[in-house]
Design a protein around this ligand. Structure first.
Ligand code: GTP
Ligand code: MG
Length: 195
């Protein structure tokens, strides 16, 4: 586990609600339903710290979690398809983009990619935004329990190929499953090192 507990701190719906950037921060971005909130729970070793759902569009605010007094971990609303009215979705998307491009204490964005599906056009858009903003990002493959063998290899190759075109991409991928716990300790260590 982490050195300190992970505690929910604040849900934010507008840029002026962001807490002061007084410590290093990492965030979890990705398509709706990719497993961002579930991954935060797995990192915390808790079941329901961040709210999760089968329905894409569950997380509708920027949720801040404090890791002891050393870091903030940030659970973001998803991008892409969400079960919510278009105007509402557009409001989160603007907030998400403003946050990603404008948060000076953001040390790394973890971009979550479903290990079955690989990098999609909407992921490319976010990666391009992170390149522009010079925010280092690292891909975390989720739901690794759902894909094996050659299918998994094919997706890994596709992701590596996509990352090669992004200057802000950190080259090392992390393959995770919140179901089996694969890769969770590795990701915890990466986060802890980003102080
Ligand atoms: P939004 O907040 O809607 O953007 O979604 P999210 O990315 O936070 O996804 P969430 O954590 O709510 O998970 C979506 C669904 O995927 C849930 O039903 C989870 O149980 C499932 N899920 C997440 N991670 C894994 C995983 O590693 N393996 C499997 N099998 N299912 C997972
Ligand atoms: Mg969520």
């Amino acid at each position: 586990l982490f050195a300190g507990p992970l505690d929910f701190m604040k849900g934010v719906v507008a840029m002026d609600g962001l807490p002061p950037g007084d410590r290093p921060e990492v965030c979890f971005a990705g398509r709706s339903n990719v497993g961002k909130s579930t991954l935060i729970n797995a990192l915390a070793g808790r079941k329901a710290l961040a709210r999760t759902s089968n329905t894409p569009g569950r997380t509708q605010e920027i949720n801040f979690f404090a890791l002891g007094d050393s870091h903030y971990l940030v659970d973001l609303p998803g991008y892409g398809y969400a079960k919510a009215p278009l105007a509402v979705v557009e409001r989160w998307q603007r907030l998400l983009k403003a946050y990603l491009a404008g948060r000076s204490n953001l040390r790394r964005a973890f971009v979550l990619i479903d290990a079955r599906h690989g990098v999609k056009a909407v992921d490319e858009e976010i990666m391009a935004l992170l390149d522009q903003a010079a925010v280092t990002f690292q891909v975390v493959l989720t739901k690794a329990d759902k894909v094996k063998g050659k299918d998994r290899e094919r997706v890994l190759e596709q992701v590596r190929g996509a990352l090669a075109t992004h200057p802000a991409a950190f080259p090392e991928l992390v393959l995770t499953s919140s179901e089996t716990g694969d890769g969770i300790a590795t990701l915890r260590a990466i986060v802890a090192d980003l102080a």
